[in-house]
Structures are given as structure tokens and as C-alpha cells.
Design a protein around this ligand. Structure first.
Ligand SMILES: [Zn+2]
Length: 87
């Protein structure tokens, strides 16, 4: 039984804040625990990181990176995780 563990989709919602270090300590620990037990999420975290770096580079160049782009990235990852998550 792993009902107390975070679901993969919850993690996706928290990834941005996780990478920015904006999560409270408990949530951060919960996420770390989930990642340690969920290799697929680690893969997505890496994907997300590299994607975030792209948006950061774009920001540095003062190209407008609308929130919609981040939202699309989240949606994409959610779909990927839905497909990967065992029922
Ligand atoms: Zn997961």
C-alpha cells in the first residue's frame, strides 16, 4: 500500500516550485521520497530541468516566454506521466 505517497501527477504540478526551491520543507521531502521510489519521475524531472533551462535562456535574451509555454510543458509532462503511471 502506497496511499500516503504522492502521485506522479501531483509531482508534475510541484516540479516548477521544486526546482525553484519554493516548496515548504515537508513537501520537498515528500517529493524527494517519491523521486527515490519512482525512476520514471526522475526521468521527467531531468526532462523538465533541461526544458526549464531552455526557457531560462530565452528569458535571458529577453524573448517573451509566456506562461502558456510553461503550461504547455506541464500538460505535456502530465500526459506522459498518465501514460507511464501504472493503474
Ligand atoms: Zn512518480
Amino acid at each position: 500500500m502506497k496511499n500516503d505517497l504522492m502521485k506522479c501527477r501531483d509531482c508534475v504540478d510541484l516540479l516548477l516550485d521544486y526546482l525553484d526551491g519554493n516548496l515548504d520543507e515537508k513537501t520537498q521531502v515528500d517529493l524527494d521520497e517519491h523521486f527515490s521510489a519512482c525512476p520514471p519521475c526522475v526521468n521527467f524531472l531531468e526532462t523538465y530541468k533541461s526544458s526549464s533551462e531552455v526557457t531560462t535562456v530565452l528569458r535571458d535574451q529577453e524573448v517573451e516566454v509566456p506562461a502558456a509555454m510553461e503550461e504547455r510543458l506541464r500538460s505535456f509532462l502530465r500526459e506522459q506521466l498518465s501514460a507511464a503511471e501504472p493503474k
